[in-house]
Design a protein around this ligand. Structure first.
Ligand code: UDP
Length: 328
């Protein structure tokens, strides 16, 4: 068996794809997840420790039992809208959980920490191509909580030698091309799965959140990246840490933004069906445009996105949407 990696949130959408990539790369993923939003059925490549990051003793036990060479920290609340309604929840769960995990790593002598951060740490930057050096000014509590964790990791590296690779994700989409795992949230709030539910007729229509943004067609622009490409980047980040190459911060996107209307148009081409659409109001906390330059991940980590075209991502999500999905 390969070296162990503790994957918090490994029963969730991105975490499960990372577990698959880790296993393929010869590592042994151990999932730490409270199953609040994750799925036991998505844990296929190693054991599941069902526990909460608020339970420091449970983290200590997992680190003692499995002696991982690194942790990958995915577990978090991640909904912009919810974070605007209940910011305290986001600060408590996201920052509290990450702090417990970082402290447990220091206590147990785990030196490597791979962290899921987000483009929501940047806030609204008015059409700027975002890089790792762009100043971060989050406009919602979700982004604020993730930025706070980035700061915690910076301080823990300086004070305690806890090395980190931070990935700032743009909009994750698609599903495992082999169809073993995919995106399923309860409730679903993300654009592509909701759009495909509307196409399939399990939801009456997709509501477009605002058409009066300062973008070419008035709808929000996002940079979509395939979940399998994202997972592959995590293995590269882990290898970088294990090779002793030190801390790193990397944006993960496709380098190209698409508006909500463009996503809808692309879906028509993939599914050959119309998307029933209703125009709605803006969603509080949404930035007009978030687009990444992922040059550093490509040049420095050797990341090679394979499936991050809009057509491929919608195609893989559509194939997953035809399956029964997780039931528990
Ligand atoms: N969006 C939308 N209708 C929906 C869900 C999302 O118009 O039912 C828009 C949303 O305003 C944003 C984009 O689609 O501009 C992507 O939203 P999502 O929630 O998928 O990801 P986020 O950008 O919040 O991480």
């Amino acid at each position: 068996m390969g070296e162990c990696v503790l994957v918090t949130g490994g029963a969730g959408y991105v975490g499960a794809h990372a577990c698959k990539a880790l296993a393929k790369a010869g590592f042994q993923p151990v999932v730490f997840d409270n199953l609040a939003t994750g799925w036991a059925e998505a844990v296929k490549w190693g054991p599941l420790v069902q526990a909460d990051l608020m339970d420091r003793a449970a983290i200590d036990r997992a680190l003692a039992d499995y002696r991982p060479v690194a942790v990958m920290h995915f577990a978090a609340l991640s909904l912009v809208g919810e974070s605007m309604k209940d910011p305290g929840l986001y600060w408590r769960v996201n920052v509290g959980g990450a702090l417990n995990l970082a402290e447990a790593c220091v206590a147990a002598g785990v030196k490597n920490f791979v962290f899921s951060s987000t483009c929501a740490t940047y806030g609204d930057q008015d059409g700027v191509m975002l890089t790792e050096d762009t100043a971060q000014h989050p406009i919602n509590a979700y982004g604020g909580s993730k930025l706070a964790i980035e700061h915690i990791l910076r301080d823990y590296s300086a004070a305690h030698g806890l090395n980190h690779v931070i990935f700032r994700y743009f909009n994750v989409a698609g599903a495992d091309p082999e169809g073993e795992i995919g995106e399923q949230h309860r409730p679903e709030t993300h654009l592509i799965p909701l759009m495909l539910e509307a196409v399939a007729g399990t939801r009456p229509a997709l509501t477009v959140f605002g058409t009066d943004y300062p973008t070419p067609d008035g709808t929000c622009v996002r940079d979509y990246v395939h979940v399998s490409d994202l997972a592959a980047a995590h293995v590269l980040g882990l290898r970088r840490l294990l090779a002793g190459q030190g801390n790193g911060v990397f944006c993960l996107g496709s380098g190209r933004g698409f508006s909500v209307r463009e996503v809808i148009d692309a879906s028509r081409a993939v599914t050959n069906r119309e998307v029933p659409v209703v125009i709605g109001a803006r969603r509080p906390g949404d930035a007009a445009a978030l687009v990444s330059s992922s040059t550093l991940a490509i040049t420095d980590l050797g990341w090679e996105p394979q499936r991050s075209t809009l057509r491929q991502m919608i195609g893989d999500a559509w194939a997953w949407a035809q399956k029964p999905g997780y039931s528990r």
